[in-house]
Design a protein around this ligand. Structure first.
Ligand code: AFD
Ligand code: MN
Ligand code: MN
Length: 424
């Protein structure tokens, strides 16, 4: 299904008057409003192929209808999102779930939908049918060289698929670790993992990046071999210039100061990619901004501060992606909410008066520093985000149009009520 341009125009026309009033109100207070809007227009967040269907927990999965049955339909769904918000112009694939049968056809289909191929994701946390060696006791960390070899070859295979599609990065998330004390020799596990990553790194094309994602726990509950940003940074530093740390918001221990992590990784030139989601307890994969919006704002504040300090481009220097799972919501509606939350928070962080904040910090004026941050956070920037969308042909209210156009009902009619997306 596609949303015609004319539908978006009609929708915008209907909302225009009320929107204009709210936009004029906030625009009057913003310095260089056109420059800010251009930054919002340029900012794109990749959608992972695995977030388009209903996820599940280890207890149950309550599937919804009309979910994409193949890679073509996943691209079609992200094309829909992108038509509505013009902020989700990229797809991130997971191999083997999304192996393209005909790469040039898939590439053309993505281009038709205005989509690029973001980072490729490898999978050595599951055994696939017909696979020779099991990953039960890890992949790149494994005591058996043959298992490590298999994991390395899989990652090289993923790079090959990515080259065909025009992707430029590989994200490696390893579930490797141990469930019980004594199970693993930590040093050996690290060395094996490093050697395996080095072999994959050797296979990276010159213009590619490798993102090493860390996670504190789960599925292993005693130790994880890439367990935190320190370990990820160790690997990335040892691998070389093309290797970076990837921060997934749900992969920290409770109350970790993620904004500080982000700041220091940027300082070291080693922050490469970002996975957005929200959580209350762990890797909950909930809608961005649904639980801790102030934390997200503080993270964005450091992202902008750190990127500006290095002259980085907000839109293109880092790999931005949503990494979420939807158990009770319509996945597409949830993704629209997540993208909106990201754009709102980015806009708020752009409003922070950096010169005044630096002066307050230099004067140890703690009160002013807090006022400056909260002034930006408490500003309702939604009309700015909506205006950026309107200016590039997207909908003033993407979620509203999704519902009034009965997108889900149409997808259920086309695809059926009991479809399951590959990988879920
Ligand atoms: C994991 C990680 C990682 C991985 C994904 C697989 O966040 O990004 O690729 O889930 O579904 O928790
Ligand atoms: Mn992730
Ligand atoms: Mn995760």
């Amino acid at each position: 299904m596609q949303i015609e341009k004319i539908k978006i125009e009609e929708h915008n026309q209907e909302l225009l008057k009320a929107h204009q009033r709210k936009f004029d109100f906030i625009a009057a207070d913003v310095k260089d409003v056109d420059e800010l809007l251009q930054k919002l227009i340029d900012f794109q967040v990749a959608i992972p192929s695995w977030a388009l269907g209903t996820g599940g927990t280890r207890f149950a999965r309550f599937g919804g209808g009309g979910e994409p049955r193949n890679l073509e339909e996943k691209i079609e769904d992200i094309g829909l999102l992108h038509a509505l918000n013009k902020s989700s112009g990229a797809i991130s694939l997971h191999i083997p779930w999304d192996i393209p049968e005909n790469a040039s056809h898939i590439k053309a289909l993505a281009a038709q939908n205005g989509l690029k191929f973001d980072a490729m994701n490898s999978n050595t946390f599951q055994d696939q049918p017909g696979q020779e060696w099991s990953y039960k006791f890890g992949s790149m960390q494994h005591v058996n060289k043959a298992v490590r070899r298999q994991a390395v070859e899989h990652n090289i295979e993923v790079i090959r698929h990515g080259i065909e599609l025009g992707s430029e990065s590989l994200t490696v998330w390893l579930s490797d670790g141990s469930c019980f004390p004594g199970q693993l020799n930590f040093r050996k596990a690290f060395q094996h993992t490093l050697e395996s990553l080095q072999e994959v790194y050797e296979a990276l094309p010159a213009d590619w990046k490798m993102f090493v994602e860390y996670k504190a726990y789960e599925p292993n509950f005693y130790s994880t071999t890439v367990g935190d940003w320190g370990q990820s940074l160790l690997y990335a530093n040892k691998l070389g210039d093309k290797a970076y740390t990837l921060v997934d918001l749900g992969h920290h221990l409770p109350n970790a100061n993620i904004e500080q992590i982000v700041s220091l990784l940027l300082m070291e030139g080693k922050l490469g990619g970002f996975h957005f989601n929200d959580s209350k307890y762990g890797d909950d994969d909930l809608t961005v901004g649904s639980i801790k919006p102030y934390q997200l704002f503080l993270i964005f504040n450091e992202l902008i501060e750190g990127m500006d300090a290095k002259g980085m481009n907000h839109a293109t220097s880092l790999g931005w992606m949503i990494d979420a799972s939807h158990n009770v919501k319509d996945p597409l509606e949830d993704l629209l909410q997540s993208v909106e939350a990201i754009m709102v928070t980015y806009a708020q962080a752009l409003l922070v008066d950096r010169a005044q904040l630096a002066a307050a910090q230099d004067n140890n004026d703690v009160v002013t520093a807090q006022e400056l941050l909260q002034q930006a956070f408490r500003t309702d920037v939604r009309p700015l985000v909506a205006e950026a969308r309107r200016r590039c042909g997207a909908a003033l209210n993407p979620l509203g149009l999704f519902r009034s156009e009965k997108v889900r009902e149409n997808l259920v009619r086309q695809r059926g009520s009991k479809t399951v997306a590959t990988g879920l």
